[in-house]
Ligand binder design. Structure first.
Ligand SMILES: *Cc1c(COP(=O)(O)O)cnc(C)c1O
Ligand SMILES: [Zn+2]
Length: 428
């Protein structure tokens, strides 16, 4: 294997500014290809770039003149220069909502913003990562798109495959919410429920990749994972651009595998290095559900190792008991002075309702986790309410209706008469 790695580091595939894959552990470089683990040390691979340098104002202007989706950042992504002309769902440039009513409720005075990714084509942040993986799959000549999913990814892959002209076959745990199952199936690709939890689904997909059965298959979050992950950088780019090319002081980000959180940090660091934002310290906070909290448990115990858990929470999109990027999340939270915290299912439901009641944003359970953790971190003094704060809502509440349905309904059900309405006491 080592001999093979030393053979060549020149990529034959061209993906814009992407120069190579590089190992996060030992730094060994590999040509761009559908590989995800270092052949020297088995560490995870990530995309390394030759980024445009020297003219930040020119780059800003180029970005601002681009399309209102993630392709405005094509010069910073592993995609071909003409990506905007290819069939893709073109996600991104979602709203950054100034959440003054929520801020008042939580006692935040430094500016509170909700980055609302429920506005993406399949109503979760996953459209960003899939859009990049689709372009990598095209470049590598795959014909089938696949994934192991906690729910949202399956829908995003199903839709993107249709648009981009791939066959799709996606894998989910058998017990997901109806909203997620329908979203994954409606686009007409194959959907397979696996009898087990996400970690079982993921293990199954790793086996499938190594088998002739999986030949020609691009698993967006397995063999295309280095490219997939880069899609989350666009959240960092958008947040800063929408703040007027400024870094926020604090961000709260949900954690499933931890990919999104680590790549948002990567994106912020790139903006600083490119001179697109002024360098200043920022803190990154991670959010988990108590019923699946391997990373927050390790953080609070001061451990570097993340011990796997068996998930049991209503926040199914975050229910990864053995998160691949867990140790890197711990690093980032500690290095930036942030934290990782968790809330229980009741607090998740309360937080979904709090966000809906104050800002008119209906979040899925993952958004409830993030808002709930934000509240907890403000109360325990880890988030500074006098500094700016961006909270991510990564998915749409319509996909997880069951979480709130038991405690949400009509105020009254009455006969169609004014007397009945008066009796119901709602005429104030
Ligand atoms: C997948 C997902 C996340 C986070 O995923 P990572 O694996 O940590 O990148 C967050 N919110 C929602 C709604 C998701 O579907
Ligand atoms: Zn390595």
């Amino acid at each position: 294997m080592a001999v093979q790695a030393a053979e060549s580091t020149t990529s034959t595939v061209s993906l814009g500014p992407a120069a190579a894959l590089s190992c996060r552990e030992c730094g060994t470089r590999f040509p761009l290809g559908p590989i995800f683990a270092c052949q020297e040390c088995f560490g995870p691979l990530e995309v390394a770039y030759d980024l445009p340098s020297g003219d930040p104002e020119g780059l800003k202007k180029q970005i601002e003149a681009g399309p209102n989706n993630i392709w405005r950042y094509a010069p910073l992504l592993p995609v071909p220069a003409d990506v905007a002309d290819k069939p893709n769902l073109n996600p991104g440039f979602t709203k950054l909502v100034k959440a003054d009513r929520l801020a008042a409720e939580l006692g935040v005075t430094g500016g509170l913003y909700v980055k609302d990714d429920s506005g993406n084509p399949t109503h979760s942040f996953k459209d960003r990562v899939v859009a990049i993986a689709v372009e990598a799959a095209r470049a590598f000549g795959f014909t089938t798109l696949s994934c192991s999913s906690t729910g949202n990814l399956a829908g995003a892959v199903g839709a993107a495959a249709r648009r981009a002209g791939f066959r799709s076959c996606v894998f989910i745990p058998h017990d997901l919410e109806a909203g997620k199952v329908v979203m994954a199936a409606v686009y007409g690709g194959d959907l397979v429920g696996i009898e087990g939890n996400y970690d079982d689904v993921n293990r199954f997909c790793s086996e499938l990749i190594g088998d002739p059965l999986g030949e020609g298959w691009g698993f967006v979050n397995v063999n295309l994972r280095p490219y997939y992950g880069e899609g989350s950088k666009t959240l960092a780019y958008e947040i800063c651009e929408q703040l007027g090319w400024e870094l926020p002081d604090q961000l709260v980000i949900p954690i499933a595998s931890g990919s999104q959180l680590t790549k948002i940090d990567k994106g912020l660091k790139e903006l600083i290095a490119l001179g697109l934002v002024e360098d200043k310290p920022y803190k990154i906070f991670g959010a988990q559900a108590e019923g699946c909290s391997p990373v927050s448990t390790a953080f609070k115990a001061g451990h570097d190792v993340v011990r796997p858990q068996k998930p049991n929470t209503i926040a199914k999109s975050l229910a990864i008991g053995n998160p691949a990027d867990g140790p890197y999340v711990l690093d980032i939270a500690r290095r930036t002075g942030g934290a990782v915290e968790d809330v229980n299912d009741e607090q998740v439901v309360d937080a979904i309702k709090l966000l809906a009641r104050t800002e008119g944003i209906f979040a899925e359970t993952a958004g409830g986790v993030t808002v709930g953790v934000t509240k907890k971190l403000i109360e325990n003094g880890q988030i500074d309410p006098a500094k700016s704060l961006v909270v991510l809502n990564t998915g749409d509440g319509l996909k997880t209706l069951d979480a709130v349905a038991p405690t949400t309904g009509p105020t009254a059900t009455i006969r169609p008469s004014l007397d009945a309405f008066r009796e119901a006491g709602l005429d104030k």
